[in-house]
Design a protein around this ligand. Structure first.
Ligand SMILES: NC(=O)c1ccc[n+]([C@@H]2O[C@H](COP(=O)([O-])OP(=O)(O)OC[C@H]3O[C@@H](n4cnc5c(N)ncnc54)[C@H](OP(=O)(O)O)[C@@H]3O)[C@@H](O)[C@H]2O)c1
Length: 343
């Protein structure tokens, strides 16, 4: 690394820090991504902590600074080394947990809304998984622009909790095209789709002229506990073909967005630094705030991942080094442990 900066969070001096648990971590664990890394590996793409050491040429950061960072894997570790270009200072009012919930969700949402789709006053946006980490960041950023209407799909039990941030909510299994058209017959200006597959045609059909459809995920490839080649193949099979001539005839924009590729493969960390500056300003102005679903001890990562699998989260899950695991109580657990121990 040319200019390394070292962030450390489970360190013996400070004992503070946290890691973001993202949907992509589930996909990595299952091997549902392009070129999955070989095991064993340390997962995780974002974290917060305290700088423990800096490279010789590093300027602007000192040992003891509170920082949040992107890491190309290896984020869920006691000590993380990541290049300076992926590190950002944490605002004074922001906790380590919030900081671990901030970069991935808000940068993704910001880039899609403002850099790719050019969100303007009076527009409308449809976002899938509206109750999730990215979904809630999208909803909050939309509220920073006057008269933006947000449509969202999410599991029904989340609707009550997110109804203030998403004006029109539909169950994830509903015929959302019809539902949106009942409210807005012309459709919407922006569709954000993280369910790669059969939703592409639906999303494009909902766009107003000059509207933008962005594909940014493939959550639907995760089905069971382990990778299912059947669902993997089915998802790719169902990806619809788009006729570019129709796009120009209908005045529609189709785009894709991948933050990790932009950062780690396409060298656009400078652009992301500018976006982080804007997001931190919005945070300091109290216009946005990461929605944290729950905090988990490192030992509880399996249960935390299960909560996303089960679609239980509203906002972001955080692995918090200060949290101790919830003790397993109850006679049954103790007895079965003893039984297996002495067999
Ligand atoms: N392209 C990028 O740069 C980028 C960056 C960050 C995230 N993403 C993508 O954005 C999406 C959201 O990411 P996130 O980290 O914020 O996660 P998240 O939305 O908090 O993910 C969990 C939610 O996704 C929904 N979901 C949809 N299909 C699912 C499935 N097969 N299994 C379990 N849950 C499913 C569930 O909500 P409902 O049941 O309410 O629908 C679930 O609660 C993911 O597809 C992720 O890969 C892309």
């Amino acid at each position: 690394l040319e200019k390394p900066i070292y962030g450390s969070w489970v360190d013996q001096f400070h004992g503070k820090g946290a890691f973001g648990l993202n949907f992509i971590d589930l996909m990595v664990r299952q091997g549902n991504i392009d070129n999955p890394p070989k095991a064993p590996l340390v997962p995780g793409f974002e974290c917060s902590g305290i700088v423990e050491a800096v490279g010789d040429n590093v300027k602007g950061y000192e040992i003891g600074d509170r920082v949040m960072a992107f890491v190309n894997y290896n984020a869920w570790a006691e000590v993380v080394c990541t290049p300076l270009e992926f590190v950002y200072k944490i605002p004074n009012d922001m906790s380590f947990s919030e900081a671990a919930a901030f970069p991935m969700n808000f940068v993704t949402a910001y880039m899609m809304l403002f850099e790719v789709a050019n969100l303007q006053e009076g527009m409308s946006v449809l976002v899938h998984s509206a109750g999730g980490g990215v979904g809630q960041a999208v909803a909050q950023l939309c509220s920073t622009i006057p008269n933006v209407t947000v449509f969202g799909t999410a599991s029904s039990f989340k609707h009550e909790a997110i109804k203030d941030s998403v004006a029109h909510l539909f169950d994830r299994n509903a015929d959302y095209v019809q539902e949106v058209k009942k409210i807005s017959p012309d459709g919407v200006d922006i569709v954000l789709d993280c369910l790669c597959g059969e939703n592409t045609g639906k999303g494009l059909s909902l766009l107003k002229p000059l509207g933008t459809y962005i594909l940014y995920g493939s959550s639907n490839m995760v089905t069971g506990e382990t990778k299912s080649f059947f669902s993997f193949a089915k998802s790719w099979w169902q990806v619809e073909k788009v006729n570019p001539i129709k796009l120009y005839e209908e005045n529609k924009v189709m785009a894709g967005f991948s933050l990790l590729n932009l950062l780690f493969k396409q060298n656009r960390s400078g652009l992301i630094h500018n976006v982080m500056d804007k997001l931190i300003k919005l945070y300091n102005e109290k216009k946005i705030k990461p929605r944290v679903d729950s905090l988990w001890a490192l030992e509880e990562v399996k249960e935390a991942m299960q909560r996303i699998h089960d679609r239980g989260n509203i906002g972001k899950l955080i692995l918090d080094v200060e949290k101790t695991p919830t003790p397993l109580v109850g006679e049954n657990i103790f007895i079965s442990f003893e039984t297996s121990l002495f067999i």
